[in-house]
Design a protein around this ligand. Structure first.
Ligand SMILES: *Cc1c(COP(=O)(O)O)cnc(C)c1O
Length: 360
């Protein structure tokens, strides 16, 4: 069978050239005589891999020296606890914007460890927009201000960042990291599960301003303490060695084949425009998000008729466009068009949708 166009929300598409490189190096990496999977994380050859991965990430995202990069496990979801355990150690209160399921989970988890002040919510309309924020509701003494930058399920994104002053901004970028240029200095902490834009599942990347490290509460489990991981070069215990190696290949692809983060952003804008332009003109398929809040990565759409949605998802899969079923809380469809989805894949999907529309 040929490779399909995979619109999965995560784990998601990885560039074919990355997979082929991994395949070529799978059994015997360089002249190591073994696979990356088999080697000690303490070996010089593996140290070179993790060092190179970090150097590439720093280069691609322009991460300043006063930020640490940590390669962790436990998924983005573990960060929902790890962040308050490490950062909510001043006033014990944080600000949070409720923009979807992942922000809700972060809220629930943080509420076990600190007081969460919800400064904005879009729950009233199934999280189909980013709420306008009233700065007077922000707590100037908050230990941090939490957002989910791109809402994977609902297809919204923060186009502008909240003005939270000196309060460190913490952002879940699981589904948008590496998709566009960002100013890292605007954030106290950025985190992402790797399985959307960075590689396979099993790796979680944390980018944290160094002055925020070393403030963990006494009860914090060792493995949940940023300081432990920072002081040990992400090797306090065995890191997710193969996932980090795959992340290195993805970063090499982004830098060398795509041409860096600006080129990536341009391609992503082009792909999203192709989808939204069609959805805005279609008489059958309707986008669920409008205006400036639209995500460049996850594009939900509906027909308004559940049977038709189902029939479409089935027909699309048969034609090689897979994983288009929407999240159950939104229904309909969702096209996740992460970095590794080529422009051609989006063009072909839109062509398929146009033909489908005509055939009805
Ligand atoms: C996928 C996703 C998560 C959950 O990631 P896990 O690694 O499965 O814990 C959290 N936040 C966002 C925005 C996501 O897209």
């Amino acid at each position: 069978m040929e490779r399909v166009y995979n619109f999965s929300a995560g784990p998601s598409v990885i560039a074919e050239s990355v997979l082929k490189k991994a395949q070529a190096e799978l059994v015997n990496y360089g002249d190591a005589g073994m696979s990356v999977m088999e080697m000690s994380h303490r070996s010089p050859v593996y140290q070179a891999i993790i060092d190179e991965t970090e150097a590439l990430l720093r280069e691609v995202l322009s991460i300043p020296d006063d930020y640490a990069v940590l390669f962790l496990q436990g998924g983005a979801s573990s960060q929902f606890a790890m962040i308050p355990l490490n950062l909510a150690n001043g006033s014990g209160a944080i600000d949070l914007v409720l923009t979807g399921q992942w922000a809700s989970k972060a809220n629930q988890e943080a509420s076990k460890y600190c007081q969460v002040n919800i400064v904005g919510s879009s729950k009233d309309k199934t999280f189909s927009y980013i709420p306008k924020l009233d700065k007077s509701k922000f707590n100037p003494d908050a230990d941090y201000f939490y957002i989910c930058s791109n809402n994977t399920i609902y297809g919204t994104r923060f186009a502008t960042l909240p003005e939270c002053g000196n309060v460190p901004l913490v952002a879940d970028m699981s589904s948008c990291i590496l998709s566009e240029k960002i100013d890292v200095t605007k954030y106290g902490l950025i985190f992402a599960g790797a399985q959307k834009n960075m590689g396979p599942a099993g790796l979680t990347v944390v980018i944290i301003r160094k002055d925020l490290i070393g403030k963990a509460r006494d009860i914090t489990p060792t493995m949940f303490n940023y300081e432990i991981h920072a002081n040990n070069g992400s090797m306090y215990n065995t890191p997710p060695t193969f996932a980090i190696y795959m992340c290195k290949l993805v970063l090499e692809w982004l830098k060398n084949e795509i041409g860096g983060i600006e080129a990536m952003e341009e391609i992503n804008h082009k792909k999203a425009a192709i989808m939204y332009d069609y959805l805005d003109s279609s008489k059958v398929f309707k986008p669920t998000v409008s205006g400036a809040d639209r995500s460049y990565m996850n594009i939900p759409f509906i027909t308004g008729n559940e049977d038709l949605d189902k029939a479409f998802v089935k027909a699309a899969a048969a034609a090689g466009f897979v994983n288009l079923k929407g999240h159950r809380s939104v229904g309909g469809m969702r096209a996740s068009i992460y970095n590794a989805m080529p422009v051609e894949g989006v063009e072909k999907l839109v062509k398929f949708m146009k033909d489908y529309e005509v055939s009805l």
